[in-house]
Design a binder for this molecule. Structure first.
Ligand code: UN1
Length: 495
């Protein structure tokens, strides 16, 4: 399906300016579109418009703001298949995963609509007679959203759906590898905005370009919060820039996610979970499984079976039924994968798979399973590719320590049917990650929970639970309804 046809089915026109921002499909390396990166003046105008939209939007009652997100969710429902096809074309996801990504947008829209009537504060008992205290959540201002190629639409939606019901305009800087997904998504949002009575101009903005475009968004004091998803290197820069100007950062960076396969594990279940988590999305999720610690007593059985499965995984065109592993995003990803495998071999790792499948302008690989003598070096680095390092353990305490030894702290899991082991894994002394699962893999989280992780993952939480609070400003109010002026802590100041 040509990209222009997908846009037509979405009821949109494919923009093609013939500019310098060239987007290629990872499926075959063909050019999809040539756009123009935005210059400083355009970026500035977009932020100005978002800042100008803020007063009217913050004055719109929150349940009304939820109505806009409901209309947007309806657009997504009506165009789920076409938008998913665009995700496949531009990001290379297999059909089912691309549809799942759009479903994730619909889910967070539904969540946000409900939330729009539940931005609850607190009433707090005052120590003074005739006083009461309350805590309210107020809109914050324009929210900058920087997203990565691997979830080209859902991660924006996690942020935007919440920000919009919280009363904040949104400005999106998508990955320069997936601008069409962003343009199409905002085309659908613009349609919802057009049908909504009372949305201010500038409520939703788009910034196209590479890192410098994102830097402008990050440096602008009119943007009180920037939510950034991407590499730890990117997050380190974004976090420092925001800290300098006292902007808020919501960082969702890399992961070096692990699984522990315990002696009592339901093996068939663990096998399927590991295969999806390690090879799905061609290993290009921040939640992808990258390390597995397998109990010595089960090692040969588990690794033997994984090796056989890896050798026969259907790798190929993500649009074809039956394909489970689509392409890497580009040649740079392929080179990073090969460099990591070379480093693993140097460290004594035995590599199964990992070779390129096919040739030309697209980069398909057979996922790699790497038996490591111990956890060190390359195994402690995140490589955004389908590489699963496996090693043995003999004691659960040791396995938890190995799992926690990574610099990242996003997601983790244990496969066990032993209650003592699973409870220990999710206890304070267990996994140090933002996500700690039992008998499911580390990826594929539902939107209802808070999503994010510790350490070099950045510490932010997006999506469900009370993540919405990041998009609002907390206000404490003490109200004196008496005729007296008692001071707190019994202080006397008689004037
Ligand atoms: C990401 O890779 O940036 O849990 C997000 C998951 C998805 C989101 C991943 N729901 O794998």
């Amino acid at each position: 399906m040509a990209v222009a046809d997908i846009f037509a089915r979405l009821g949109l026109t494919l923009p093609d300016s013939g500019g310098n921002l060239v987007t290629r499909s990872p499926i075959d390396g063909a050019v999809l579109v040539r756009l123009t990166a935005h210059d400083d003046a355009t970026i500035d105008a977009t932020i100005t418009a978002a800042a100008a939209a803020f007063p009217a939007w913050r004055d719109t009652p929150a349940p009304r703001r939820g109505e806009l997100v409901r209309l947007f969710g309806n657009e997504l429902r009506a165009h789920k298949a076409a938008l998913a096809e665009l995700v496949t074309l531009e990001a290379g996801k297999v059909t089912s995963e691309a549809a799942g990504e759009v479903q994730e947008m619909i889910d967070i829209a539904d969540f946000a609509v409900g939330l729009s009537r539940q931005l609850h504060g607190l009433t707090i008992a005052s120590e003074r007679p005739g006083h009461h205290m309350r805590e309210s959540w107020q809109p914050l201002g324009p929210v900058g959203i920087i997203s990565a190629f691997n979830f080209p639409v859902a991660v924006w939606a996690w942020n935007a759906a919440l920000a919009l019901v919280c009363g904040d305009p949104v400005v999106w800087k998508p990955s320069e590898k997936t601008p069409l997904c962003a343009i199409a998504t905002l085309g659908l949002l613009d349609r919802a905005i057009a049908r909504f009575d009372g949305a201010p101009k500038g409520l939703s903005g788009l910034i196209l370009g590479a890192a410098p475009a994102g830097e402008r968004l990050v440096s602008d004091v009119r943007v009180p919060l920037v939510s950034a998803t991407g590499s730890t290197a990117m997050g380190r820069k974004v976090g420092a820039k925001l800290a300098e100007r006292f902007g808020r950062a919501l960082l969702e960076l890399g992961g070096n996610n692990a699984a522990i396969v315990a002696p009592s594990a339901d093996f068939e279940l663990a096998r399927r979970a590991i295969l999806f988590a390690a090879t799905g999305t061609a290993g290009q999720r921040c939640t992808s499984l990258r390390r597995a610690f397998i109990h010595t007593s089960r090692y040969d059985e588990v690794v033997g079976s994984l090796k056989a499965a890896y050798a026969s995984l259907p790798v190929g065109d993500p649009r074809e039924a039956g394909t489970l592993v689509g392409p890497l995003i580009d040649g740079g990803a392929y080179e990073a994968m090969q460099a990591a495998l070379a480093a693993a071999r140097e460290q004594g790792g035995i590599v199964h798979g990992g070779e390129r499948v096919g040739e030309g302008g697209a980069f398909y690989v057979r996922p790699a399973l790497v038996e490591m003598p111990e956890q060190a070096g390359v195994m402690l680095r995140e490589t955004f590719a389908p590489i699963l390092y496996v090693t043995r353990y003999s004691d659960l305490g040791e396995a938890i320590a190995l799992q926690n030894a990574a610099a990242h702290g996003l997601s983790s899991c244990i496969f066990t049917t032993d209650l003592r082991e699973s409870e220990r894994f999710v206890s304070a002394a267990g996994s140090d990650c933002g996500i700690a699962n039992v008998n499911i893999g580390p990826s594929g989280a539902e939107i209802g929970g808070a999503f994010g992780g510790e350490k070099e993952t950045g510490g932010g939480r997006e999506s469900g639970s009370d993540s919405w609070r990041a998009y609002m400003r907390r206000q404490t109010s003490t109200v004196n309804y008496s005729n007296e002026l008692p001071l707190a802590q019994g202080v006397k100041f008689d004037v």
